[in-house]
Design a protein around this ligand. Structure first.
Ligand code: TYM
Length: 348
């Protein structure tokens, strides 16, 4: 059976981008068709300035929202990254396989460094090594597929390179995974700035639809979305990025396609109203289920505890194999190795 792994970072409140680009696919398809693991990657949440209490709060909220979005613990494994030590154990090995240049080429790293430099600030070292931890997240589970939005494709590509390199140098150890990206809404853009991605840590609140925004707030944000200078509704990402973004959101929410939806709506106002209705239809049940789950934190806790146990049972042997392959002496194997190795080699 295909194994799927994906993760979400609790660095801010989850957005419509997270939902349409990733979570929806996890709930609607992946958990039914694959042996799927979904992880709240809290260690990644510390690669930027963070407040400890907020990180804990956002981790709880992300876990609750994943279940509210339809992840079913009977069908898949949901857990928190820091509950399974194998991620950090393997991350160091990935750092020993990756190069400094590879890490510095990552677009997300370059963008963050540039934006912090403008404010005269530096970035954490963990931001640079982030892709090594992400590679460890994926490789520790022998995942075949990694369902992500478009912005994570480069990190998955690097994961593939590291897996291949490790296997070539130290013997076949890892499955080489591939990214799977949704056909529409793989990159939901900021409603106020359709040239930038809708991100959870954006300063621009009005351009970001959060999954837990009140319905009237969601409607207002969509009705005030920046559109383009023309009048006609056409699907053209280059020339009309604002309209194209709304068409993609509408298509993703209704199961349609952006080109044909462009012919249905004859004004920007009509398109915005239809998009707001469609988003509210999709998010309404998620918000209702979230409210129910918040009343029962013990249930979510139990899901995460059980999830971590299942995850550990998969990751431990894979990471142990990698430790052995790379040349680390396993505890308790001192005598075994000494006997197996001729004295002349042992002396080298
Ligand atoms: P994160 O937390 O930024 O996003 C979680 C998922 O949501 C997708 N996404 C989007 N999709 C479409 N449009 C958007 N505007 C949008 N914003 C976010 C992301 O592509 C992602 O699939 N590095 C990862 C977390 C991670 C991970 C992993 C993912 C850590 N380890 C291992 C997969 C496998 C991240 O920051 O995602």
């Amino acid at each position: 059976m295909t194994r799927v792994f994906s993760g979400i970072k609790p660095t801010g409140h989850l957005t419509l981008g997270n939902y349409l680009g990733a979570m929806r696919q996890w709930a609607a398809v992946d958990q039914h068709q694959a042996d799927a693991l979904f992880c709240i990657v809290d260690l990644h949440g510390m690669t930027v300035d963070h407040d400890p209490a907020r990180l804990r709060r956002l981790t709880r909220q992300a876990a609750t929202l994943l279940l509210a979005a339809g992840l079913d613990p009977e069908l898949c494994t949901v857990f928190v990254q820091s509950h399974v030590d194998e991620h950090t154990r393997l991350s160091y090995l990935m750092e020993c396989v990756a190069t400094d240049g590879e890490m510095r080429r990552m677009i997300q790293y370059k963008e963050k460094v540039a934006s912090e430099a403008v404010r005269g600030r530096s970035v954490r070292l963990s931001l640079l090594t982030y892709p090594a931890l992400m590679a460890a997240d994926i490789l520790a589970y022998g995942a075949d597929e990694v369902p992500v939005g478009d912005d994570q494709a480069q990190h998955v590509e690097l994961t593939r390179d590291l897996a291949v390199r490790f296997n070539q140098r130290y013997g076949h150890t890892f499955v080489v995974p591939k990214a799977t990206v949704p056909k529409v809404a793989a990159r939901v853009m900021n409603l106020q700035d359709p040239m930038s991605k809708m991100g959870k840590s954006d300063d621009s609140g009005p351009g970001v639809v959060y999954l837990l925004d009140e319905p009237e707030v969601i409607r207002k944000k969509i009705m005030r979305a920046v559109t383009d200078s023309g009048q006609e509704v056409v699907y053209d990402r280059e020339e009309q990025p604002g309209v194209a973004n709304l068409l993609e959101i509408l298509a993703a929410c209704t199961g349609g396609n952006p080109e044909s939806l462009a012919t249905v709506h004859d004004s920007y106002g009509a398109l915005k109203r239809a998009t707001a209705d469609a988003v509210l239809d999709v998010l309404g049940p998620v918000q209702a289920r979230h409210k129910e789950l918040c009343v029962d934190p013990g249930y979510v806790e139990e899901v995460l505890r059980h999830g971590a146990e299942k995850a550990r049972a998969i990751a431990r042997p894979i990471v142990d194999t990698a430790y052995r392959a790379i040349g680390l002496l396993p505890p308790g194997a001192f005598a075994e190795d000494a006997v197996a190795q001729p004295a002349v080699n042992a002396a080298r």
